[in-house]
Design a binder for this molecule. Structure first.
Ligand code: AMP
Length: 254
């Protein structure tokens, strides 16, 4: 089993040993409820680095809906088994108090991209994400940190933040892992009812096949999705939809 540490001090002590030995550290931040998407990030870090650190922290400041935070799946035992198999050496699983010693007084805010796309529908979400990722990157002190392209907007914002603040960790983006029917793996997929699960792969299919974003929105709405947005950006089409109480996001190259 990987070693679990709960405090910044414990990880820093371990990190010093690794750095003194000249080891390359790879870092994979997660909110737990791990699936094959997370495993692919861990395996990438395992292949490219000497030491793999993964974090499990359900970050309260990035949830814009309290019920989403309360019902977010928490599966630490299963997560540890997956992390062991995928090759994690150390798991950082801090408490909220450990991560926010001075509450929410200090935040990282981006003023353009963070307000578009998902940001327009989830007020404050990306400030929560960037703040916690900044904290985690500072704590990890890793050579490389791995993030999924499934959260395309998040990845661009993290890359921008790393550049703006001269962070020394290399930000690595990794392709989306999907079910055989095309649905992007997500910790929230467990909330889909059987009927919603049957419909869900059409989201990815329509993002890929529709000639333009307006047509994609019309086709999705006709099928029963509530569309937050579908937008075409240079090289990418991005979308977010709701099926019942579950929000799905996805993006495809174009
Ligand atoms: P989360 O636990 O949902 O915050 O995700 C942790 C990391 O896993 C983020 O960098 C996500 O982009 C990435 N991730 C989530 N789902 C997938 C997926 N289906 N394929 C690849 N990476 C993913």
């Amino acid at each position: 089993m990987p070693k679990i540490v709960h405090t910044v001090m414990e990880w820093r002590a371990l990190r010093s040993t690794h750095q003194a030995a000249g080891r390359i550290i790879g870092f994979v931040p997660t909110m737990g409820a791990l699936h094959r998407g997370h495993a692919s990030l861990i395996q990438a870090a395992r292949q490219e680095c000497d030491v793999v650190l993964a974090s499990v922290f359900v970050n309260p400041t990035q949830f814009d809906e309290a019920t989403d935070f309360d019902t977010y799946p928490r599966t630490l035992e299963a997560d540890l088994a997956l992390m062991e198999k995928a090759g994690v050496d150390t798991v950082f699983a801090p408490s909220v108090g450990e991560m926010y010693p001075n509450g929410r007084h200090y935040t990282v805010e981006e003023d353009t991209l963070s307000r578009e796309l998902c940001g327009a529908h989830r007020p404050g979400h990306f400030t929560g994400v960037l703040t916690v990722v900044m904290k985690l990157l500072q704590i990890a002190g890793a050579d490389r940190a791995y993030f999924g392209e499934k959260d395309w907007q998040q990845l661009q914002l993290i890359r921008g933040m790393a550049e703006a603040f001269f962070l020394e960790t290399e930000i690595v983006g990794w392709p989306t892992v999907r079910e055989a029917d095309g649905l992007a793996l997500s910790s929230r997929n467990v909330r889909l009812t059987p009927d919603e699960r049957t419909l869900a792969p059409r989201f990815h299919a329509i993002l890929q096949s529709a000639p333009d974003a307006t047509t994609a929105t019309e086709q999705l709405t006709t099928l029963g999705f509530r569309v937050d947005y579908v937008e075409d950006r240079p090289g990418r089409r991005l979308g977010a939809v709701r099926l019942g109480s579950t929000r799905l996001i996805d993006n495809v190259a174009r």
